[in-house]
Ligand binder design. Structure first.
Ligand SMILES: O=C(CO)[C@H](O)[C@H](O)COP(=O)(O)O
Ligand SMILES: [Co+2]
Length: 221
C-alpha cells in the first residue's frame, strides 16, 4: 500500500499559515493534518472550525482533523461544512464511540479512531467488524504538543494492530502521529503504518520543501 505523508500544521508559523500550506501543496503534499485542541481534553489550545473554513479557501488538499477535544460530537457538522474530509476522534473522549464514528461517516467524511499510548485496540473489534472505522490513529506521543520524542513501544503496537487487522480482514488504514523523523519513519512504515503524520520534522528550520523531499527520498515516494 502507498505511504502517505500528512504534515501537521501544529508546527507551522501561524502568522503565515496560508503561505506554509501553499508551500506544502506545491511540494506535492495531498493530505493536511489539523490538530484541533480545546484546552480541556489536552491542556493546549490550537484552532477550530473558523480557521479551517478559511484555510479551505486556500488549498485543495485533503483535510484530516484530529480532534483532541472533550466533546467531539459538537464539532462534526461544522467540520463537514468547513470542508474537512476525514475526522479522527479519541477513544478516551467519546462516550458513545460507535455513534460518533458512524455520524462522521454518515456526514460524508471518513471516520477514524485515535488511541492514546496506553489505550488498547481490542475494544474496536465490533466496530471493525461493522466496517465503521476507516482509520486507526496510533498516538506515538501523549497528545497535546508537537515536538515530543517518539515512544519506542509504539512500533510493537503498530505491528500488533496491523497483524490483528490482517488476520481478521478488517479494512482500516493505520496512521501514526507523534515524534516521527527521518530516523524512525522507515520503522513505523515497516511496522504497518501507511499514513504518517509529521509536524516538527516537516517544518524544521522552515525548510518545508527540503524536508518533504528528504522524507520522499528516504521512502522512495
Ligand atoms: O497530534 C499531535 C500532538 O498531539 C500532532 O499531530 C503531533 O504531535 C505532530 O507533531 P510532531 O511530529 O512534532 O510530534
Ligand atoms: Co495529530
Amino acid at each position: 500500500m502507498t505511504v502517505v505523508l500528512s504534515p501537521s500544521i501544529l508546527a507551522a508559523d501561524f502568522s503565515c499559515l496560508a503561505d506554509d500550506v501553499k508551500r506544502l501543496e506545491q511540494s506535492g503534499i495531498k493530505d493536511l493534518h489539523l490538530d484541533v485542541m480545546d484546552g480541556h481534553f489536552v491542556s493546549n489550545i490550537t484552532f477550530g472550525i473558523d480557521l479551517i473554513k478559511h484555510l479551505r479557501l486556500k488549498t485543495k488538499m485533503n483535510f484530516d482533523a484530529h480532534l483532541m477535544v472533550t466533546n467531539p460530537d459538537a464539532l462534526l457538522n461544522g467540520l463537514k461544512e468547513a470542508g474537512v474530509n476525514s475526522v479522527t476522534v479519541h477513544v478516551e473522549a467519546c462516550k458513545h464511540l460507535y455513534h460518533t464514528v458512524e455520524t462522521i461517516n454518515k456526514l460524508g467524511m471518513q471516520g477514524g479512531v485515535v488511541l492514546n499510548p496506553s489505550t488498547n485496540f481490542e475494544s474496536l473489534k465490533y466496530m471493525a467488524e461493522d466496517n465503521i472505522i476507516k482509520k486507526v490513529l496510533v498516538m506515538s506521543v501523549e497528545p497535546g504538543f508537537g515536538g515530543q520524542a517518539y515512544l519506542p513501544m509504539s512500533t510493537k503496537k503498530i505491528k500488533d494492530l496491523a497483524n490483528w487487522r490482517d488476520e481478521n480482514n478488517y479494512n482500516f488504514i493505520i496512521q501514526v502521529d507523534g515524534g516521527i523523523n527521518l530516523n524512525n519513519i522507515q520503522t513505523v512504515v515497516d511496522a504497518g503504518a501507511t499514513d504518517i503524520v509529521i509536524g516538527s520534522s516537516i517544518f524544521k528550520h522552515r525548510e518545508l520543501e527540503k524536508n518533504v523531499a528528504d522524507f520522499r527520498k528516504l521512502l522512495s515516494l
